[in-house]
Ligand binder design. Structure first.
Ligand code: AMP
Length: 280
C-alpha cells in the first residue's frame, strides 16, 4: 500500500492510473478502523482495479468539540489493517491539505435531511460531511464510493450530494457489521468499557424488538417499549428512537403502509453517543 499525505502527489498517481484504464473504488473514513470499515475495503477490492482509503478526522462535521477531541486515533494499527486487507493507496492528509482556504463556507441544500434526526441533534454535521466528501471526491475522482448502512442518514446525504453536484460516482451502501452480540461496530466503541459495551447491546435489542413486534402492536407502543429497553440498560440519554419511511425518513404513525421502513436510534452511554438502525 502506498501512503499519500499530499493531495498533489495523490492526484498525479490517480491520473496515471486512470490513463491506464484502471477503475477506482474509494472508502472515506475517519480511522480507528474496524471490521465494518474493512468490509467496505473488501467490497471495493472485489469491484474495482484500485482501492483507495482515506483517513481524515474532519473537524467541520463535529458539532461537539469534546467528541472531536476524544475521537480515537489508531493510525499505526489502521495502516497495518489496510495493508493486510490489500488496499492499494491510503490518503492521510492533514487539515491544510483538505481546507487550504481555512474554514469552509459552502452550504448544501439537503432538504429535511438537514433538520431531522441526526440533523436535529447534530446541527451543521451534515454540512460538514458534505464539505469534506466533496473535497475528497474531487481529489480521488472515484468510479465507486463505499459507505456503511450503519450511518443510514449519512448515506442519504451522500446520495443527495452526488445528485446536487451531478457527479458520476456510484454510491455503494454496505450492510452494518456487528459484533456477535449484535452491537454495531463503531470507532466510538473504543471509548466504552467492557461493561458499557455489554449494556450498549440494548440498542440492537431495541431495534430487533421493533422489527419483531411492530406488526403486533401499534407503532407508538412498540417504540415506547423499545425506548424502555434502552433506558433500563443504563443509557443516560436518548436523542431519538424513530420508525420511519426508509426513503424519506418521515416518521410513520401506522404500520399499514407497504413502503420500506427503517428504525433509527441515537443514545448516550457513559457520555459516548452511539447510533444504529435496522431496516424493518
Ligand atoms: P467513519 O470512520 O465512522 O466515518 O466511517 C467510515 C465509513 O465506514 C462510513 O461509511 C461508515 O458508515 C462505515 N461504517 C462505520 N461503521 C460501520 C459498520 N459497523 N458496518 C459497516 N460500515 C460501517
Amino acid at each position: 500500500m502506498i501512503l499519500y499525505k499530499n493531495k498533489t502527489d495523490l492526484i498525479a498517481k490517480i491520473n496515471s492510473l486512470k490513463k491506464e484504464g484502471k477503475s477506482i473504488g474509494f472508502v472515506p473514513t475517519m480511522g480507528a478502523l474496524h471490521q465494518g470499515h474493512l468490509s467496505l475495503i473488501k467490497a471495493s477490492l472485489q469491484q474495482n482495479d484500485i482501492t483507495i482509503c482515506s483517513i481524515f478526522v474532519n473537524p467541520t462535521q463535529f458539532n461537539d468539540a469534546n467528541d472531536f477531541n476524544k475521537y480515537p486515533i489508531t493510525i499505526e494499527n489502521d495502516i497495518l489493517q489496510l495493508t493486510e486487507a490489500g488496499a492499494n493507496l491510503l490518503f492521510l492528509p492533514n487539515i491544510d491539505e483538505i481546507y487550504p482556504e481555512g474554514k469552509p463556507t459552502e452550504q448544501y441544500n439537503l432538504g429535511n435531511l438537514e433538520t431531522i434526526w441526526e440533523g436535529q441533534f447534530r446541527p451543521g454535521h451534515f454540512q460538514g460531511v458534505c464539505q469534506v466528501v466533496q473535497r475528497l471526491f474531487n481529489i480521488v475522482q472515484p468510479d465507486k464510493a463505499y459507505f456503511g448502512q450503519k450511518d443510514y442518514q449519512q448515506c442519504m446525504v451522500i446520495k443527495t450530494l452526488v445528485h446536487l453536484l451531478q457527479l458520476s460516482i456510484q454510491i455503494v451502501i454496505h450492510p452494518t457489521v456487528r459484533e456477535a452480540s449484535g452491537l454495531a461496530l463503531s470507532s466510538r466503541n473504543l471509548r466504552l468499557k467492557d461493561d458499557d459495551k455489554k449494556r450498549a447491546v440494548a440498542l440492537y435489542d431495541a431495534l430487533t424488538f421493533i422489527k419483531q413486534n411492530r406488526a403486533k402492536t401499534n407503532l407508538d407502543e412498540c417504540k415506547e417499549k423499545a425506548q424502555q429497553m434502552i433506558v433500563d440498560a443504563g443509557f443516560e440519554k436518548i436523542d431519538y428512537i424513530a420508525i420511519c419511511d426508509a426513503e424519506t425518513l418521515q416518521p410513520l404513525q401506522t404500520e399499514n403502509s407497504a413502503k420500506p421502513k427503517v428504525a433509527l436510534v441515537a443514545a448516550y452511554i457513559s457520555c459516548v453517543r452511539l447510533i444504529d438502525n435496522m431496516l424493518l
